[in-house]
Design a protein around this ligand. Structure first.
Ligand SMILES: Nc1ncnc2c1ncn2[C@@H]1O[C@H](COP(=O)(O)OP(=O)(O)O)[C@@H](O)[C@H]1O
Ligand SMILES: [Mg+2]
Length: 257
């Protein structure tokens, strides 16, 4: 089918999710271009996290289909889609607080590279693992924090560590749910630069509230409201859309986080 070459790496068609009759996601069709940074934005309660949960199979859609690299993944499990390379960044709680930065990343690598215990016992493989971990840690600017227990890291560094452990899974598509949540301005700049770098050889789909981050990072933005797509396109277009302006700046019962 030539799926590997297709322009869109991830596609949702008519995604719908209802919770006890409440339509949290209503007929959302979304295409994520290979190699792009694609942002999903929208007021609180718009359905962003639910879309993420659907794409990564944590929820089963009420209706609709999901395609990854041209393959219908609608009925796969979260672990199966992760092993295909569609990886959601874990929440902070998935980082082990008593393990150091290095140990956390090494553990994530070990998990990814399989369970061949004997392989990992050999000195050479341990070495190789160590080098890989160092590289990942360096990529997220955490070298200075190498031996610090994750639980003692400042907030922004924890998020960076979370990115490193996600990268250890070698994602082709990385899904980030509010990577900047709770961060101060300095951390935001660091993480934004990081995401830009990570996106050089992979695709990123992220939910993010910080509009200036979204504006500077994203190639394409999908705006959700009340479970539906309100607008889509580059920031220059989307930000001029009167309905988007209203959803963000205007009245209504919804507010941004
Ligand atoms: N597991 C659930 N059960 C019932 N309602 C839910 C559930 N998850 C989300 N919702 C509802 O679906 C809507 C969309 O939620 P969510 O996807 O978390 O929005 P967002 O991430 O954009 O803030 C909200 O009204 C929320 O209350
Ligand atoms: Mg959310």
């Amino acid at each position: 089918m030539g799926a590997e070459q297709s322009e869109f790496v991830l596609e949702a068609r008519g995604l719908t999710k209802s919770f006890a009759g409440f339509l949290a996601v209503n007929d959302v069709s979304l295409r994520v271009r290979r190699g792009s940074i694609h942002a999903l934005i929208g007021p609180n309660g718009a359905g962003k996290t639910t879309v993420f949960n659907l794409l990564t199979k944590f929820h089963r859609p009420t209706k609709g289909d999901i395609f990854f690299e041209g393959r219908n993944i609608t009925s796969l499990t979260p672990a199966e889609v992760a092993s295909l390379g569609l990886v959601r960044s874990f929440q902070i709680s998935a980082v082990f607080p008593s393990l150091t930065v290095l140990e956390n990343v090494r553990f994530a690598l070990q998990r990814q590279l399989g369970t061949s215990f004997y392989f990992w016992r050999s000195d050479r493989s341990l070495h190789c693992l160590h080098d890989q971990a160092r590289q990942l840690i360096d990529a997220v600017n955490l070298t200075r924090w190498l031996d610090v227990p994750a639980g003692e890291l400042p907030y922004g560094r924890k998020r960076a560590l979370e990115l490193a452990t996600t990268l250890a899974l070698e994602p082709r598509v990385m899904l980030l749910d509010e990577p900047m949540a709770g961060m101060g301005r300095e951390d935001i700049q660091v993480i934004a630069a990081l995401i830009k770098r990570l996106a050089e050889n992979r695709t990123v789909l992220m939910v993010e509230h910080n509009l200036s981050v979204v504006a500077s990072l994203s190639d394409c933005i999908t705006v959700l409201r009340r479970g539906q797509i309100l607008a889509e396109g580059p920031y220059s277009v989307v930000s001029q859309d009167p309905e988007v302006m209203e959803a963000y700046l205007g009245k209504g019962d919804e507010s941004r986080d």
